[in-house]
Design a protein around this ligand. Sequence first.
Ligand SMILES: Nc1ncnc2c1ncn2[C@@H]1O[C@H](COP(=O)(O)OP(=O)(O)OP(=O)(O)O)[C@@H](O)[C@H]1O
Ligand SMILES: [Mg+2]
Length: 253
Amino acid sequence: MARKIVVTGGKGGVGKTTVCANLGIALAKQSKRVLLMDLDIGLNNLDVVMQLEDKVVFDFVDVVEGRCRPSQAFIQDRDEPTLYVMPSCHLAKRQISAEQVRKVVTRLEDNFDFILFDCPAGIDSGFRRAVSCADEAIVVVTPHLSSVRDADKTVGELVGNVIVNVVVNRVRGDLVADGEMLSAFEVFSLLGQTALGVLPEDDDVNCNARSDKNVPFDILAENLIYGKCKIYDCVTPYKGLFGRIRRKLKRNA
Ligand SMILES: Nc1ncnc2c1ncn2[C@@H]1O[C@H](COP(=O)(O)OP(=O)(O)OP(=O)(O)O)[C@@H](O)[C@H]1O
Ligand SMILES: [Mg+2]
């Protein structure tokens, strides 16, 4: 039976869809059978980030409303044969209940090792619908106070309902080394939840996990599969004499 994990975070734009997509690829590279379900209904982002938008025939709402079987709505990834995406409805917002989503998930869970739900921003009905299908949550947070505050509210809604893990995204090692950005460890400690991973700020993040070796996402996938807590180190390269030079170069880039 699949591990069902909601990727959430409270604040908009912190990287929930990016983490969902890249983690899905990294898990599939480890031969796991993975389904990414876009539960940000009305805003289809996941199929776009996965570059599968042109393959969408049916979507999640078609499945819920009985116009097709779940397998007809799956889109197989271009590169990873064990990775599938269930796109969300990309037309208008539709009223879909948590119960309807759970029924679809129950029909699918024996066919996958992991089902990741891409969650909308906020903690209202769309969030609750996504959380109600999951046993575990990944809270994506950036090292900015506004994001940490929203993530903290999200954690408050999750604790007691699902297992909570935290991923700190968009860490800039140069700014952390200069004391101008919260470190990932400070964020973990402020949220008081299990650390699952750290991801650096990276302009190529959207196509990154597809490369043969994408260390931060590979570490994240291994932590999730094996219950490890290895943390990608974004800061050490910016420490010491050479680190100071790297910091200067990064600032001037
Ligand atoms: N580690 C990163 N480095 C650089 N850019 C990133 C990183 N993570 C995410 N981004 C960028 O941030 C933007 C927002 O990411 P994404 O869409 O994944 O956020 P989201 O939390 O799903 O947003 P929403 O709340 O709107 O669903 C995208 O342009 C994405 O490429
Ligand atoms: Mg998103």
